[in-house]
Design a protein around this ligand. Structure first.
Ligand code: NAD
Ligand code: MG
Length: 393
């Protein structure tokens, strides 16, 4: 049976890797591509839609509708634009949807897809961080499956095949340490966006690359682990592993540890979710362990990376604190990229926003509805902007 496929964020790093795999596995001849979405890169979105014979292409930006329509002229691909069009694209019947928009903007299309019982390959970790319980409940109610695409979570998912959750003692998430793992801590205050935007091991979008340098990416992933697998935060650990070859480890109550090992290539995790429950051949490099020589690990220092401490606080608080944390982080990242604040001030902004919001409005014990999540997201961004204005870069 030909599968119907939709990709949100098709023009991004995860999206391009997904398109690459679909193309290698037969492209338009093998799949019915329902919809592809992108942002400002209209030429590339139109090219992907033509190549894969998509029914619909959507840009997130309404002002680019005319450009997209022109780029698709004569192709038979329908054009649409804006947040509403994105949500509607998720309503089109599909069997497998890749959620690879960056940021909280990925939440609504993913939720809409789950309401239709569609399998959701979830790269957009922000969905689980901001609204984990809502996402899982929506999936359960509609018998939809969520397959993790973040490499660490795909690794844990694979290590758990055939296992009982009761037997899991600990989950260890590895972190490359990002661009500044070997810098003296004192120098971090002077780190520039350009320096933070180059990752030692992974080729990814700019935002997640900077989040790797600050460890906000790992902070999001710890919360993502708690939400997706339902694991007690005390059992979730982070460890720095500079080679990025071990993606995660699961420790069981008999003392065994299962590690997932492979090259840093997102096509493995994407391909696993695409072909699940089968394993197909994938175009990832094969490791030569003798060549690799050694795998090293070091503690993930919360002094160097305060984002990890903040993640612990968010996991303990639960409720809407994940939504506040993510939105404050996104706003702080924008301020850093825009030169308004320094690298180490991102964590200060996020901490201040969490303090203010938990004091003023209370983030725990709230029922997590989409409306509440969007409200807290908005409030946290506003509060972050207020905090940024009080800081000297
Ligand atoms: P990216 O910046 O390369 O691509 C993002 C995509 O989302 C693009 O298609 C862009 O046009 C679209 N987009 C951006 N803002 C949007 C908005 N407001 N509304 C709608 N669409 C918008 O990002 P990426 O690195 O591919 O990451 C995508 C997601 O996957 C993120 O949540 C990230 O944390 C997660 N992830 C990425 C990697 C990786 O290797 N790149 C690994 C694990 C998880
Ligand atoms: Mg990851």
């Amino acid at each position: 049976m030909r599968r119907r496929i939709t990709i949100f964020g098709a023009t991004g790093s995860i999206g391009e890797n997904t398109v690459d795999l679909l193309t290698r596995q037969g492209g338009a001849a093998a799949y019915d591509v329902v919809a592809l979405s992108g942002g400002r890169n209209i030429a590339r979105l139109a090219e992907q839609a033509r190549d894969l014979g998509a029914d619909l292409a959507v840009t997130a930006y309404p002002e680019l509708y005319g450009d997209l329509k022109a780029a698709l002229a004569g192709s038979g691909v329908e054009a649409a634009a804006g947040a509403q069009a994105l949500a509607e694209a998720a309503d089109r019947p599909s069997d497998w949807i890749m959620s690879a928009i960056v940021g909280a903007a990925g939440l609504v299309p993913g939720l809409r897809a789950l309401k239709h019982g569609t399998t959701l390959a979830l790269a957009n970790k922000e969905s689980l961080v901001t609204a984990g319980p809502l996402l899982l409940a929506t999936a359960e109610r509609n018998k939809a499956r969520i397959l993790p695409v973040d490499s660490e979570h795909s690794a844990v998912f694979q290590a758990l095949v055939g296992e009982e959750m009761e037997a899991v003692e600990r989950v260890i998430i590895t972190a490359s340490g990002g661009a500044f793992r070997d810098w003296p801590i004192e120098d971090l205050v002077r780190a520039t966006p350009e320096q933070a935007s180059s990752h030692p091991n992974w080729a990814m979008g700019q935002r997640i690359t900077v989040d790797s340098a600050s460890m906000f990416n790992k902070a999001l992933e710890l919360i993502e682990t708690k939400e997706y697998f339902g694991i007690d935060p005390a059992r979730i650990e982070a460890v720095v592993h500079p080679e990025s070859l071990v993606h995660a480890l699961v420790g069981f109550r008999d003392g065994a540890i299962m590690a997932h090992v492979g090259p840093p290539d997102m096509r493995h995790a994407i391909g696993y979710a695409l072909n699940w429950p089968e394993r197909n051949e994938l175009p990832v490099a094969r490791l030569d362990l003798a060549q690799v020589g050694q795998l090293t690990f070091r503690p993930a220092c919360e002094k160097r990376w305060p984002a990890l401490r903040l993640a612990r606080e968010v996991m303990a608080a639960g409720g809407l604190s994940g939504a506040a944390f993510n939105a404050a982080k996104e706003a702080a990242l924008d301020a850093f990229l825009g030169g308004q604040i320094g690298f180490t001030q991102m964590a200060e902004v996020v901490e201040d926003v969490l303090d203010r919001l938990s004091r003023d409005s209370g983030l725990t014990n709230d029922v997590i509805s989409l409306e509440k999540v969007l409200e807290v997201d908005h409030l946290a961004r506003q509060t972050a902007a207020d905090v940024v204005r009080t800081l000297e870069p």
